[in-house]
Structures are given as structure tokens and as C-alpha cells.
Design a protein around this ligand. Structure first.
Ligand code: CU
Ligand code: ZN
Length: 171
């Protein structure tokens, strides 16, 4: 009886540890406006099998679609967001729609703001990962652009100025 109770207690502790470990496979970026802009918000990432589930909540945008990417350098210090470098592209692919086979690892669906300047988005994307691969997004930057992404112009999608920037950190 006593041994059984110890066994149950040990199983419980391991179970809780496993849950805590699984919850660590998440990441967050807090986006701040670049100089002269008002866009801000939070983007969270959770590993979900071979995909990463992205959830974005932004405000302070102009109404309509905005280019939305992960950029290669986790550096938002320049004021205009240019310090974040180009799109995160460890696999050497062309820029494109993330729902098609050929696209940068950092390419994400457009962020579409409502009349009040708020935008929410959820999408399950690959080949990005949280940790443990060349496609690891930890330490990279999330950028929101002023204009829509045409998913054609190389290598940027022609989405114009960078209006918000945030570094992705493990959460
Ligand atoms: Cu971008
Ligand atoms: Zn791209």
C-alpha cells in the first residue's frame, strides 16, 4: 500500500514535470512601434507537432493588410527596424506565401487591421521551429510593415517601412 502511494507520487511529479517542459516549448515577442509609428502588441508561438502555432494581437495599425515576417536578426535598436536585417531564410528559399511550398521560414500571413487599427491572427506554420533546428526562431525579430505583402517581389514582398519590431524570446 505504502509502496503504491510512493509510486503514484513519483508518477505525479514526473507528469507535472513533463507538462511544465512541454509548456516551455513556447516563445513570445513584444512588439514596440518604430520611430514615428504607433503599432504595438504581442505575438506568441507554440510548437505544435511539426508546425508552430502563431497568435498575434496588434493595435495602432492603419486599416487593411500589412506584411508580417520574422527577420533574421533579433535587433530592434535602429529606430526604423532596419537593424533586424532581411527575412529569416536559413533554407535559401524565395520569398512567398507561407501556405505554398516555397517561402522563407520567416514568411507569415498578412496581418489585417480593422477600421480601429486592431489586428489578430492565428496560423500554424512550418518549417519554423522553437529551438533545436536551423529554423529555430528564438532570438530573431518579428516585424510588421506599413504596406501589404505581395508575396511576389524578391526578397521582401514590397511591404514598405517597418512600423513595429520585437525580439522573440522563450516563454
Ligand atoms: Cu518583414
Ligand atoms: Zn520573405
Amino acid at each position: 500500500m505504502r509502496l503504491q502511494r510512493i509510486g503514484i507520487a513519483v508518477a505525479l511529479v514526473f507528469g507535472l514535470w513533463a507538462v511544465a517542459w512541454a509548456q516551455q516549448m513556447g516563445a513570445t515577442a513584444t512588439l514596440k512601434p518604430t520611430t514615428g509609428n504607433t503599432a504595438e502588441g504581442t505575438v506568441t508561438f507554440a510548437q505544435k507537432g511539426d508546425k508552430v502555432s502563431v497568435t498575434a494581437n496588434l493595435s495602432g495599425l492603419s486599416p487593411g493588410p500589412h506584411g508580417f515576417h520574422i527577420h533574421e536578426k533579433g535587433d530592434c535598436s535602429s529606430g526604423d527596424g532596419m537593424s533586424a536585417g532581411g527575412h529569416f531564410n536559413p533554407t535559401g528559399k524565395p520569398h512567398g506565401d507561407p501556405t505554398t511550398p516555397d517561402h522563407h521560414t520567416g514568411d507569415m500571413p498578412q496581418l489585417v487591421a480593422d477600421a480601429g487599427g486592431k489586428a489578430t491572427l492565428t496560423a500554424d506554420l512550418n518549417p519554423m521551429t522553437i529551438g533545436a533546428s536551423a529554423n529555430d526562431i528564438i532570438g530573431k525579430a518579428v516585424i510588421v510593415h506599413k504596406d501589404p505583402d505581395d508575396f511576389k517581389t524578391q526578397p521582401t514582398g514590397n511591404s514598405g517601412a517597418r512600423v513595429a519590431c520585437g525580439v522573440i524570446a522563450k516563454s
